[in-house]
Write a protein that binds this ligand. Sequence first.
Ligand SMILES: *Cc1c(COP(=O)(O)O)cnc(C)c1O
Length: 434
Amino acid sequence: MNERWRAIPAVADLMAAKETFWCNDALRPFAEVEQEMGRADIADAAARLQRFAPFIQKAFPETVEEQGIIESPLREIAATKEGMKALGAVPEGRLFLKMDSHLVVAGSVKARGGIYEVLKHTEEIALAEGLLGEDGDYAKLTDHRDVFAGYTVQVGSTGNLGLSIGITSAAVGYRVVVHMSNDAKQWKKDLLRSKGVEVKEYAGDYGKAVAEGRALSDADPKSYFVDDEHSVALFLGYSVAGKRLRAQLEEQGVIVDAEHPLFVYLPCGVGGAPGGIAFGLKQEFGDHVHCFFVEPVQCPCMIAGLATGEGEKICVQDLGLSGVTEADGLAVGRPSGMVTRMMQPLLSGCSTVEDGRLFDALRVLHECDDVFIEPSSCAALAAWQDMAKFEKAKEYIRCHGLAEKMPHATHIAWATGGRLVPEEIRKEYLVKKL
Ligand SMILES: *Cc1c(COP(=O)(O)O)cnc(C)c1O
């Protein structure tokens, strides 16, 4: 089995834990793919978030200014683009940071999918329990904590999904249990416990925490399990980002069309967050957007699943890798099969990065643009730089007829977490060199 995989050049690099760039030969024109997939589901998710906006405002006062819509800024980071040149060549075109790292409530990209799924479940219970009344005022749901306290929400997590589900569920009133893998940082467990969330810790990796959590939840009829590997709701919650990003680009006068390509770099763990966002972006921009995922060299589960065609049947340990990385948000050894199948015709490619580059990028971004993000997020900046680093990336640009368009290109590094990192740990990260 191993020998067959080794014949695929990108997989041979993965097995040697070498940084690599994998180009997706199965990428298809979006018009073809679109015929098989709808966009209605994304609109449904966006509408549900809108209905819940009055509730969100009341439950999370920090969202009042944005009228209960949880969205992150899009910021040009021209100084970082210059600063990154000290680490190697950089691609032509403007560089922006999509700051999901700073999303309110959950402090990470998980605020999109996680909050959405908890709200969708809450709507189902509210309708079944007759809590929404004639006027359908969602703000009134904050008066029914006693009802929600009779229900449990559970989730398995490397950290950030647990924070998002835990904080949101606790705000609705649910009993919450978060099953944490051994990669989860102590401060994330402490923060959850301070919100009254029950945190169970497992010696094994993420897959184990999920399996245990799922089994415990399934045994309890009043318990709901948020399933990162299979959840369509999570995926759709993430995909709402596409339309919102289009509005932000328009606001900033950034054009995306055949002459002005858009490149987006998304850090990938199990695949739900980057997959859902990429799905939403392809619906908006079709072939004009080029989506790239990025993973740690010791934990490249998505490339492994896509490049070998094995999907969720392969894990990084099958390739002789440890799965251990400083990028805790990306420490997932087995990809979501659902996401590998969705991404097969839509993803442009994927690269892997050594942990040391995450901290190098973290410092440059902090020094040049005064933004702090967590190590997992920094993979997005490394992936942007990879477009100028790898021959395979340059080949992608040539093969898609993009070479002469690169001066008018827009690149977005999708920062996925950071806001909630405590001050002492920020200081540690800012001086860390590997
Ligand atoms: C969860 C997470 C990701 C990746 O999301 P997946 O759905 O696991 O692929 C990326 N960055 C951070 C900071 C995360 O917490």
